[in-house]
Design a protein around this ligand. Sequence first.
Ligand code: MOS
Length: 697
Amino acid sequence: MTELLEPRAIGRGLVRRDGEAKVRGTATYAYETPVERPAYAFPVQATVARGRVTAVDTSAAEALDGVLAVLTHENAERLASTDDQELAVLQSAEVAFRGQLVGVVVAGTSELARQAADLVRVEYAVEEHDSELVVDHPALYKPEKVNPSFETDTAEGDVAAAMATAHATVEQTYSTAMYHNNPLEPHATTALWDPSAEVPLTVWDSTQGVHPDRAAVCEVFGLGQEQVRVICPYVGGGFGSKGTPHANVMLAVLAARAVPGRPVKLALTRQQMFFLAGYRTPTIQRMQLAADRTGRLQAIAIDVVEQTSRIKEFAEQTGVPTRMMYASPSRRTTHRLAPLDVPVPSWMRAPGECPGMFGPEVALDELAEALGIDPVELRIRNEPAVDPETGKPWSSRHLVECLREGAERFGWADRPPARHREGDWFVGTGVASSVYPTMRMATSEAVVRFENGRYVVEIGAADLGTGAWTVLPQIAADALDVPVDDVEVRIGDTRLPEASVAGGSSGTNTWGSAITVAAREFRAKFGRDPGDGDEVSGSVDQAAMDDTRAAYAFGAQFAEVRVNADTGELRVPRLYGVFAAGRIINPRTARSQLIGGMTMGLSMALHENSVWDPRIGQVANHDLAEYHVTVNADVGDVQAHWLDEHDPYVNAMGSKGIGEIGITGTAAAVVNAVHRATGVRVRDLPVTLDKVLPGLS
Ligand code: MOS
């Protein structure tokens, strides 16, 4: 148990501290960092899906007046480490996927860099590529672990026996599409290599963590940490795609090192982001559910097939939520990967839980129908007393309360009957559960200092637009027991104490814990009347964390769907979520996170789909004209509510993390509502009208 902070500033819906700077346009993002005499870099990308570069002709590019450097694998510096093949830019002639970096041009203007990049002639020896994920791919293999370090497969009891003898079973295959993160701000970097400076490399990067970003740059370029500074005050979204640096960051640094003293700016275009900035692997999920007459699960199993790139393994932990959501004596989860000639998959909002709460939550709906049991009630009947996987007690688990309160708010009891029609529209409602683990990263450190009558807190944290600038002062204020206006928090710079990545919905938990430790030590050392310059540093360490409890945030989402009887057009006028995510530090920024996650889930349900063309090996719709995301007109009444949950086991704030849970389960709720409305069961996302229309007549 942790001694919980007395919430005074915590719990208040304070406005964003960075809001005014953003609205006025004075908040500087990585690409627009003001620097002297900037140069601009533009990538050259491979135009084959597999093969090797046999010849490069850079003469036309170099002949342009104002071109400063043209780099390819033939003349680029040799990197200190090529262990991470995604980051080993311009080190070899091999091409592992279409769009991979094969060169970069640096020039005095961005237009010139782009024009010159177009003039670089590259010849290839083309090899046959294999880029299509199929469920029975001959090269499927079992990875050693799934992300970040889970067992690949788990098994308990006898699923097959339960399937053979149960009162009701569901055995179906579900799939989720390939998705691209698509933050509003593209992946962008300004890098300056100045060998005469005390810190020779400065990188202004759009990143979810300045310290992890620096660590990766140091590794690849063989630099010491003291030689590199990474700065990132603001991020225009990441959704995981800036959680670990991608090749573009290394390319920017490589380009900067080729023109010492000149700062180099590199921003990926939207189209380039579809090749180089990570994406969520498509998944194929074979589900098995078996239940007795009362709806109690006798077996739950998920067998996942998904893809990875050949050059770097990424094993999405899709089966992991099935291990802990519901009670069942027999359980099985497996993961198999197909290594393909494709870009490297990576983190995207709720990796694992987001795709992994689709198949199971739709299968439960199918089971409810088979049993004639209400789908809310079916979930409640399978509530586990302890974590089924580990046997640990829950730090707190209020899924049932979320389901009940959601049902109440939504008016679930009065839901329309199946295939209910109002005029030209079929109307239906659906439900699904949400979950996300409560994580705290390995280590973070914070400094608290008394300076000119105010408390200054320093920590190299990141604000992706999530609200760290605003909520960290709230935590610090309560830990110091002072008004929040007396606290200034500085983040986003490796000169500040080392902070963990803003990932896994862990930022507020980890940084807030470090700040609390530092603040408490500060009070213990200097009392309530500190002197100017008094300073304490405090840190948290995962090893010291209480892991005797299984800690997760839970939620329930309810969707109302309307399907046009003639056209199959789908609308979602209502989407309600109720969450139990520990103490909510700031209701204003929290609501934004939860509604944002749910909206992204709605987008996944109806729109998002990176359409893979296996003939040429690339995403066909690689821009925002054709990769559709939910826009304002698609969003009806989206509501996020939460229970008043204070979890004393997770951290001093009692908070669980809210960045990702909102996207989990949403697509299943929508699909379940579509089925209720139309009788059409769509098992492959997204739910587009072509999949629904044939079943409407
Ligand atoms: Mo999030 S996908 O863990 O950055």
